[in-house]
Design a protein around this ligand. Structure first.
Ligand SMILES: [Zn+2]
Ligand SMILES: [Zn+2]
Length: 408
């Protein structure tokens, strides 16, 4: 079982506490459409990893078995500590390239696409990272770090970074100068001029101080979160794809005008372009993406998301037993939920018709099939799903089309 599944209750509880504290302090830190987009991106990232794990971890095991230069004992404490520090060091560089090299940025940018900063932002994870990020960690396989040690330290590094995505924890003194903390990671997510390309660390911020990329949070300058080219969408699939599309177009244009080397240079250039300088951010003209989603649509989307989480948890549990075609079919069903909910939240034309179609097809399949991907649903569950399906369809039919609001 994927260990992330066990962390789900902790994620939910801590997000709830954070939202309550924010409300109590009168801070505008959560926006449900934005949060649901982040959470859908978290789900899609886990679903994608059921396909890309072979590419990533499988490659690690293969390299370890063939090319390792030493045999290290898994029961030595120094190995675990050393592997964590080495992983974090490599993470610093991979993350830095994730901001300085287009090919890696295309995969990483989605993590930065929220204009809010809260624990749900931590779950806004990429689905395309495995294609570009994994090769960098193979050095550890060559050095002889056993796959189990590598897997555990990678998980520790990832889970550590969850708690730092919050505005509810202030500065922590010396801790902010040794470890990655809410204060210095807020800077990493900022669009302000002083925040760009700063604080790449995973667990230790020491790497940034060592390699000249550290910036302390400024007390008298509000941080504006997000990316300079806003995502402006609640569509989790588009959140993953948009920069890949831009790069593809840019490299095709470069190919036509200047030839193959220019096309390759696009992929390895920095996001601001070769020799590009950072434009000054005029924070006075900034506004957060907002489609003025009505409360009823927000509630509906929240309920559909809860169902998606149940399906995704089931998917993650059984994915290893499914063949690739069946796995892909289940992944498509989950992705359709993310897409359709995103369009509803945006108030897009035909979003209700698409949602009705999705409900009929997916709900109908669940009720009609004797087994739902190997699971035989008890009659009570089928009854509950029937009620839920009819209620959802009634809501979709009753809710009127709305004119999407201008970005407020
Ligand atoms: Zn980043
Ligand atoms: Zn982050």
């Amino acid at each position: 079982m994927n260990p992330i599944v066990y962390a789900l209750p902790v994620f939910m509880l801590t997000m709830l506490i954070e939202a309550m504290v924010a409300r109590w302090r009168g801070v505008d830190t959560y926006d449900l459409p934005d949060t649901l987009t982040s959470l859908h991106l978290g789900v899609l990232s886990q679903v994608a990893s059921a396909f890309t794990k072979v590419l990533g971890f499988g490659l690690y095991v293969a390299v370890y078995e063939r090319f390792r230069t030493t045999d290290l004992p898994t029961d030595a404490a120094w190995l675990w500590v050393g592997a964590l520090v080495l992983y974090d060091f490599l993470y610093y560089w991979v993350h830095r390239w994730g901001h300085e090299v287009n090919l890696v940025w295309a995969a990483h940018q989605v993590h930065h696409s929220s204009e809010y900063y809260n624990l749900s932002t931590a779950l806004r994870q990429t689905s395309t990272g495995a294609f570009v990020v994994w090769p960098f960690f193979l050095l550890m396989a060559v050095l002889g770090v056993p796959p189990v040690v590598f897997g555990v330290v990678a998980l520790i590094d990832l889970l550590y970074q969850y708690w730092v995505h919050t505005e509810m924890v202030g500065k922590l003194g010396w801790v902010d100068r040794v470890f990655v903390t809410p204060s210095n990671h807020r800077v990493h997510h900022g669009q302000n001029d002083y925040c760009i390309d700063k604080n790449y660390g995973g667990i230790f911020i020491l790497w940034d101080r060592l390699f000249g990329t550290f910036a302390a949070e400024r007390d008298h300058e509000q941080i504006f979160y997000g990316v300079r080219k806003p995502l402006a969408s609640y569509n989790a699939v588009w959140g993953n794809c948009n920069v890949w599309r831009d790069l593809w177009r840019a490299s095709r244009a470069a190919w036509q005008q200047q030839g193959a080397s220019a096309a390759v240079a696009v992929w390895f250039g920095p996001p601001a372009g070769w020799g590009g300088t950072l434009e000054h951010l005029d924070t006075a003209t900034l506004h957060r993406f907002d489609r003025a989603t009505p409360a009823s649509v927000r509630r509906y989307a929240f309920i559909q998301y809860a169902i998606t989480v149940v399906c995704a948890t089931h998917f993650i549990a059984i994915a290893p037993q499914l063949n690739w075609a069946v796995r892909a079919a289940y992944a498509l069903i989950i992705t359709a939920g993310a897409l359709s909910t995103g369009w509803l939240l945006e108030g897009r034309a035909r979003a209700r018709a698409i949602e009705a179609g999705r409900l009929v097809v997916v709900g109908g399949l669940f009720l009609a099939l004797p087994l739902w991907f190997g699971w035989q649903a008890p009659p009570q569950v089928k009854l509950a799903v029937t009620a839920l399906l009819l209620t959802s369809l009634a809501w979709v039919a009753a809710s009127g089309d709305r004119q999407p609001a201008r970005d407020a």
